[in-house]
Design a binder for this molecule. Structure first.
Ligand SMILES: Cc1cc2nc3c(=O)[nH]c(=O)nc-3n(C[C@H](O)[C@H](O)[C@H](O)COP(=O)(O)O)c2cc1C
Length: 280
C-alpha cells in the first residue's frame, strides 16, 4: 500500500536526483520521483533541449542519466540518505528493450527496499529506442510487465504511460492483469516547436496544454478500474488544477513543468489543498 500525503509528487525529470528538497520543507512533498535511470548511461540529445510556447514547454533532454551501475553505487555509498530521511522516494527506471528493462529490474532489486515505489517509464517520447516504442508490441510488453513483477515481487510497481501507442484503458488492463499496483499518466507527448524563421525542435510537450488530455485519461482509467493507484501528471500549476485531478479519482498529482516557472509552486499548491489534507 502506498500512501502519499500530501497528495503531491515531484514529477520525474524536473527535480533531478533530489536537488529540489534543498528548497522546500519536507512536509509539502508527498513523494519525490527521481529522474529516469536507464540500464546504460545516456548522454542525452544534442541542444537545443528546451523551448517554451505560451501554454507549453517542449523538451528533448533524451533521458540523460548516469546509468544503473553508477546509481547503485551512489545509493549503496549513502549519497541519497539525506533524501530518504526527508521524503518518500520513488525511483524511475527505463530501458531500450525488453532485455534492458529486465536487466535493470534485476540490478535494482539490490536496493529496492530503500524506495517507496518504482515507476517504470514506458512512455518517453524523446528517445529513439525504448520509451514509447516498448508498448508497441503488446505481447512483448505484457511479458516485460510479468517478468518485472517476478523480479520485484514486493515492490510497489507503477507504470508510467502516455497516450500514444495504445488506449490507456487497454494499457491499464494489462498492467493490472500482470499484478502491478499503479499507473502514472500521462508523460509528455510528441510535439514540435516552430519559430518565426521556420526553425523547429521536436520533443516532448508538457505544461498547461496537457491538462485537458491528461484529465480525460484519468477519467477513462478511473471509470474502468476502481482499485488501481493513479498518479496524475500534466499541467498542474495551481491547487485548482490538482483538485480537478483528485476529484476525478487520482490518488496523487505530480508537479512537473510548473517548477521551472515558480520554485515555490509546490508549497502554494499544498497550502491550497489544506481543506483536503489530513495530518496524522
Ligand atoms: C525537462 C523535463 C524532463 C523530464 N524528464 C522525465 C524523465 O526523466 N522521466 C519521466 O518519466 N518523465 C520525465 N518528464 C515528464 C514529467 O515527469 C511529466 O510527466 C510531464 O512533464 C507532464 O507534466 P507537467 O505538465 O506537469 O510537466 C520530464 C519533463 C520535463 C519538462
Amino acid at each position: 500500500m502506498l500512501v502519499i500525503n500530501p497528495p503531491i509528487v515531484i514529477a520525474s525529470g524536473v527535480g533531478g536526483f533530489g536537488e529540489y528538497m534543498h528548497f522546500i520543507p519536507p512536509e509539502y512533498v508527498g513523494a519525490y520521483t527521481l529522474k529516469t535511470i536507464t540500464y546504460k548511461p545516456k548522454s542525452g540529445n544534442p541542444p537545443p533541449r528546451m523551448r517554451a510556447g505560451e501554454f507549453y514547454i517542449l523538451n528533448s533532454i533524451g533521458l540523460e542519466n548516469p546509468g544503473i551501475e553508477r546509481f547503485l553505487k551512489d545509493v549503496k555509498k549513502g549519497e541519497f540518505n539525506h533524501l530518504f530521511e526527508k521524503v518518500k522516494v520513488i525511483a524511475s527506471l527505463g530501458g531500450e528493450s525488453k532485455d534492458e528493462y529486465l536487466k535493470i529490474s534485476e540490478r535494482f532489486s539490490e536496493i529496492s527496499e530503500k524506495f517507496e515505489a518504482v515507476e517504470f517509464n514506458f512512455s518517453c517520447p524523446n528517445v529513439e529506442k525504448g520509451g514509447l516504442s516498448i508498448i508497441e508490441n503488446k505481447q512483448e510488453w505484457r511479458d516485460t510487465l510479468r517478468l518485472i513483477r517476478e523480479t520485484l515481487p514486493n515492490t510497489f510497481l507503477i507504470a508510467k504511460i502516455g497516450m500514444e501507442g495504445i488506449f490507456v484503458e487497454k494499457a491499464v488492463e494489462l498492467i493490472k492483469t500482470e499484478g502491478w499496483d499503479g499507473v502514472t499518466l500521462i508523460n509528455t507527448i510528441r510535439g514540435l516547436h516552430m519559430d518565426a524563421g521556420r526553425n523547429y525542435v521536436v520533443g516532448g510537450l508538457s505544461g498547461p496544454i496537457l491538462k485537458p488530455i491528461a484529465l480525460r485519461m484519468i477519467y477513462e482509467v478511473r471509470k474502468h478500474f476502481e482499485d488501481i493507484f493513479i498518479i496524475a501528471s500534466g499541467g498542474v500549476y495551481t491547487a485548482e488544477d490538482a483538485k480537478e485531478y483528485l476529484d476525478l479519482g487520482a490518488d496523487a498529482v505530480a508537479v512537473g513543468s510548473a517548477l521551472f516557472k515558480d520554485p515555490n509552486v509546490v508549497e502554494k499548491i499544498v497550502k491550497g489543498l489544506s481543506d483536503r489534507i489530513t495530518r496524522e
